[in-house]
Design a binder for this molecule. Structure first.
Ligand code: PEP
Ligand code: MN
Length: 249
């Protein structure tokens, strides 16, 4: 059984995988490659929140048997995004880590459904959420099971897709005593910046990363421009392991 403390024994916690599960073959190959590269958990999203209803919405329930295979093949914990309270029950034997996306950070019925679940929950920060709103959302689930994820917010700056708010990530960690990981992929919106932002986050003493990774990013159905290759991910892991991060951070 994966609990939050076990996950966080990996310092830093590295979660990698595609933006969305596309096929059995795709997720099994990515899972194996990111494991070999040094990932501690795999992101495997069957349901995707999309801006337009005509865009690919994820493979849905049909992918559940593929995720069971992925777990058996890699032995790694699987993190899955839940878009509705029903999803939580559907992935009872499949997801080791539940995940709330930015758009659902204040979906209180979803958060309440997770309250009595033993699994750890990654709670992404809403697109313009304040620290108070983010921590309040974590309290609906239970603070001791939550790992916060800073994924960039909307500001006046438009140099990248979102603005990585290191200030809030550090305040959440040090003032609110919560583990905080960073999603450099959604922040950047472009793959060349992903390793740089990742290294900055780890050097700042944050607890880990969740990185969109694919053996061939050009094949990715969603967010391909910000997806790095498994080869680049593997190099990033080596660079992270060479960082000398002070325990005082
Ligand atoms: C994702 O992780 O693919 C995603 C949709 O992220 P966010 O909820 O941060 O936008
Ligand atoms: Mn994505």
């Amino acid at each position: 059984m994966t609990d939050r403390n076990n996950l966080l024994k990996n310092k830093p916690l590295l979660i990698a995988g595609p933006c969305s599960v596309a096929s059995r073959k795709q997720i099994l190959k990515i899972g194996q490659e990111v494991k070999e590269a040094g990932a501690h958990a795999i992101r495997a999203q069957l349901w995707k929140p999309r801006t337009s209803p005509g865009s690919f919405q994820g493979v849905g329930k049909k992918g559940i048997p593929w995720i069971k295979e992925l777990k058996a093949l890699t032995g790694l914990p699987i993190a899955m995004e839940m878009m509705s309270p029903e999803h939580v029950g559907l992935v009872e034997d499949v997801a080791d880590v539940l995940w709330v996306g930015a758009r659902n950070m204040q979906n209180y019925e979803l958060l309440k459904r997770m309250k009595n679940d033993p699994r750890p929950v990654i709670l992404k920060r809403g697109l313009i959420a304040t620290i108070k709103e983010w921590i309040g959302a974590a309290e609906y689930i239970g603070r001791d099971r939550v790992i916060l994820c800073e994924r960039g917010i909307r500001t006046g700056a438009d140099s990248m897709r979102f603005t990585l708010d290191f200030n809030s990530a550090l305040v959440a960690k040090h003032d609110h005593k919560m583990p905080v990981i960073v999603d450099p992929s959604h922040t950047a919106g472009r793959r060349d910046m992903v390793p740089r932002l990742s290294l900055a986050a780890i050097a700042a003493g944050l607890d880990g990363l969740v990185v969109e990774t694919h053996y061939n990013p050009e094949e990715e159905l969603v967010d391909k421009s910000q997806t790095i290759s498994t080869k680049v991910f593997s190099e990033l892991v080596k660079q992270i392991n060479n960082l000398n991060v002070s325990k005082e951070n």
